[in-house]
Write a protein that binds this ligand. Sequence first.
Ligand SMILES: NC(=O)c1ccc[n+]([C@@H]2O[C@H](COP(=O)([O-])OP(=O)(O)OC[C@H]3O[C@@H](n4cnc5c(N)ncnc54)[C@H](OP(=O)(O)O)[C@@H]3O)[C@@H](O)[C@H]2O)c1
Length: 301
Amino acid sequence: MSTLVIGSGFVGRAVAAHLLDSGEKAVVASRTPPPAETGREAPWTALDVTDPAAVRHALDTAGAERIVLVHGPSDVTWCEEHPEETLRGHAGAARVVAEAADGRRIVLISTDNVFDGTVQAPDETTPTRPANAYGRAKLAAERILAEQAAATVLRVSLIYGWEPATAPKWLNYFSSCVHRLRAGERITAPTDQWTTPVLVEDVAAVTAAVLSAPAPALLHLGGPERISRADWARLVARELGLPEDRVTGQSRALGRYASRPENTCLASTLLTVHPATAGVRVRGVHDGTRLLLGRAEAAVH
Ligand SMILES: NC(=O)c1ccc[n+]([C@@H]2O[C@H](COP(=O)([O-])OP(=O)(O)OC[C@H]3O[C@@H](n4cnc5c(N)ncnc54)[C@H](OP(=O)(O)O)[C@@H]3O)[C@@H](O)[C@H]2O)c1
């Protein structure tokens, strides 16, 4: 099976790597090439997903039978300042891909931002209520794909994974905590901003499972542990053997998370019982943090 993964960022590259490791074919697509990595890399093709002719051409050239939509923009602040581009980038792209798909299986990686964060851990039955431009654009994309028989919307909570200290910019909270604490920095983080983090490789494994088996039209993927940003930073400090008091907790109202909802969490109620995904392991943040730091330690020695 061959899959066109549209978006070659943090999540898209992990999805493509998982497919390759499973013996399948995958091509990643985006407007600019991703940075070179040392691991196994999927071939890259240039694509602007809002261009209908380019999407048809990329599908044909890749011989793709399946599509994963995992492209940006996803920076909440940028999206708020550019609502029209954000809508075009998600809803416009979903329309283009739906029209070009010709019955191919589609998985859209969506977000907990389709909720406003007032419900502690929403499941698939919780009414959506986005509170920002990013969430509104992703919800519009979801609705377009909901009209496609062969599509699944996989809403995922905050995703984390390993990024090297030398990366130009750390794309996820975990990596930023690790490298800042190791560099001797202190971290101030909210005690009242809650997440259900998911390891990027678990997101990739669930996406692959959803691609290859009949799956519900809508699935939530949140990690099994709910944790505040401050407690997660303290966990990282402990696992690094550093004093926890390098992390100062404060109310989210005081920091740069002020515009973020109280909860960016999801309940994986359906995922854990549906035959397509019930067998896929989704690790909690304690296990995931230890796993990533253990691997980094082993790589040094
Ligand atoms: N990271 C998370 O915690 C998280 C959680 C839930 C859901 N998600 C979803 O996962 C998706 C990807 O997240 P990420 O963290 O991997 O983001 P990322 O690292 O910023 O990657 C985004 C990718 O999309 C590409 N892209 C943007 N506009 C495009 C366009 N018009 N045509 C083709 N490619 C385009 C970017 O490359 P170019 O700019 O070069 O085109 C880049 O490769 C987002 O849709 C987000 O909603 C992420």
